[in-house]
Structures are given as C-alpha cells and as structure tokens.
Design a protein around this ligand. Structure first.
Ligand SMILES: Cc1cc2nc3c(=O)[nH]c(=O)nc-3n(C[C@H](O)[C@H](O)[C@H](O)COP(=O)(O)O)c2cc1C
Length: 306
C-alpha cells in the first residue's frame, strides 16, 4: 500500500502524523536537534512554562523504579519572558506545530496573562493547560482533581483565545472521565491523558526517601496499563480527541493507546533512553497499517474489539 494516511486533527490543528513528544521530556526541542529529525514529528509539546521563572525542587529529583522512573522537577523553567526571547526563536524556525504547555502558580490570573500573551504569537499552534503537575509544593489539590475547578478554568481561558486548547489531566483521581467531561464542557478542544501517577521510593539503608520532596510522579512502562485503561474509559464518554501517553516505548505500545481511543500519542520517558524513539514509532505505525491493509490511521482510533 502506497498511500498510508497518518494525518489527524486536534481542534484546529492539522498534524501530519499522530506522534508527539510529552511536555517536560523534550525540553524546548533544541536539546534533541543532534539526535532526531525534528521535522518528522507530528508536533512538539514544550516543557511547561510559568509566568515567572521557577528554580524547581531540591535534588535528588529523579530516580529509577521498576519499569519506570520517579521525578519531582517542580516545574523548573525560565519563565515567559526568557522563553520568548531565548527558546521561541529556535522553535519558530522548525516548521513543526508547537504546542506550548503552561501552568499557573496563581490561577486564574496567571493563566489569563500567559494565554493573552501567547495568543498573539502565530507560531504557537496550540496551548496545553497543565493543571495536573503533582510536583508543586503548597498545593492541597490539583485543579484537575476537581471537575468544577477544571470546567471553570478552561472556560475562562476559552473566552480569551481561539487557539486550540488541550487540557492535561491527572490520573490521581477517582474518575478521570468526570474531569475529561468537565474540560470538554469548559470548551477544551482535546484532553491529554495522563500526567504522572503519585508515587515514592525509599533508600532502606539510609531510611530516607530517594527523592528530596518525598513524593514524586511515576512515569514509564510501569504506568502504561493504567493510562491505556483511562484512555479507553474516557474515549467512550467524550466527543473531543484524546492525546494518549504513559509508558509508550515503541510502535506496539503507541498502537495500544490508539486502538483504545487516542487520536494522537505522546512519547515521554522513552526519550531519555532513546532520543530517536518517536521517529521509529512513526515508521512502526506506517508498517503496521501497511501490514494490516489499513489506509487511514483514523480507522484504528477506538477500534478495540470487545
Ligand atoms: C522528567 C519529567 C518531567 C516532566 N515534566 C512535565 C511538565 O513540565 N509538564 C507536564 O505536563 N508533564 C510533565 N511530565 C509528564 C509527562 O509529560 C507525561 O505525561 C508522563 O511522564 C507520562 O508519560 P511517559 O510515561 O511516556 O513519560 C514530566 C515527566 C517526566 C518524566
């Protein structure tokens, strides 16, 4: 089969293929330029930025776990001004849709200010609202742990931008479906599932936590079955597209998400092991479609046989 169509739509975004990279695992893309042909990616999701710079949490901030890793970076980022001055010029030249991930220390004001500024930047193709970072101190609950708060913040932001809005959700909830519905009701164009799962790891000899902030976010293959189920549960209950992520390591694991209902997938922790992995996954998806005589990737979305 020659004419394999991998293109998909997320809100107003038209992507040439459904393979993205996860926020926080790909920096601002410049770090990966020597390893991968960035132009081949469906889109790049940048490390979450906040209005002001953040130094993040104290080290140690990462450790390995069985089939995964814990991280508590604490949203270290240079802030909006430095991002615009130093990171955006490189991203602008890439010719790949840029999805900018943002978070707020003081919502809704900070979100409003960030989005108002970003709305004017043509090369920002879409905005991902990170309302699900588990690594920020002083917060009792995440916005994405409360359906009302989720709907409220998304609708306030919806009013000030026509750009594609993606809401990134936390798996650390009783029902992610309820939160996804709230994001949809607020006017989100898509949801990203999932951010990291809450976890901790202990050095038994020293009897200290392996991560300074004690609790951290678990990612990697260990969380994949949880993430796939959340995509499947949500796919049947919302109309907007899902970007699936959590432990994708290869084409087969990306396909699990697509068959469960994800219109696109994002690669996170795997980038640290093999920076070329996204490119290999794009190729693997094409080969799978060819082998199965499917001409359009959209036919696979949610095609799970039950
Ligand atoms: C080191 C690290 C940093 C991360 N930073 C962010 C971030 O800044 N914003 C965000 O939305 N998610 C962040 N995440 C979560 C990932 O984007 C992704 O949702 C999660 O890791 C699950 O995918 P994976 O198992 O493929 O890594 C981070 C994950 C890791 C491992």
């Amino acid at each position: 089969m020659k004419n394999i169509n991998l293109s998909i739509e997320i809100g107003k975004l038209k992507l040439k293929n459904p393979v993205l990279v996860c926020s926080g695992t790909f920096g601002y893309a410049e770090e990966f330029v020597d390893f991968i042909d960035l132009k081949k990616l469906g889109a790049i999701v940048t490390k979450t930025i906040t209005l002001k710079p953040r130094i993040g949490n104290l080290p140690p901030r990462t450790c390995e776990t069985p089939a995964g890793m814990l991280n508590s970076i604490g949203l270290e980022n240079p802030g909006l001004e430095v991002f615009i001055k130093e990171k955006l010029p490189f991203l602008k030249k890439l010719g790949v849709p840029i999805i900018l991930s943002i978070a707020s220390e003081e919502e809704p004001q900070e979100f409003i200010e960030l989005v108002t500024r970003l709305d004017k930047i043509e090369e920002v193709a879409a905005i991902e609202l990170n309302i699900s970072c588990p690594n920020v101190k002083g917060r009792k609950h995440l916005i994405s742990q409360d359906p009302l708060a989720t709907k409220e913040i998304v609708s306030e932001i919806r009013e000030i931008t026509k750009k594609t809005l993606i809401t990134k959700l936390s798996p650390n909830v009783t029902s992610i479906v309820e939160i996804a519905q709230a994001a949809q009701d607020g006017g989100s164009d898509a949801v990203s599932l999932i951010n990291t799962l809450s976890g901790m790891s202990i050095d038994v000899d020293k009897r200290i936590p392996k991560i300074a902030s004690i609790s951290a976010g678990l990612s990697g293959p260990a969380i994949r079955p949880v993430a796939v189920k959340m995509v499947w549960d949500t796919f049947n209950k919302i109309k907007i597209p899902i970007i699936g992520m959590g432990g994708i390591m290869d084409a087969a694991s990306a396909l699990e998400f697509i068959i469960a209902g994800a219109s696109a997938v994002a690669i996170g922790t795997a980038n640290f092991i093999n920076p070329k992995v996204s490119e290999e996954i794009i190729l693997g998806l094409k080969e799978y479609l060819e082998r199965n005589k499917i001409s359009n990737i959209k036919e696979l979305v949610g095609s799970l046989k039950v």
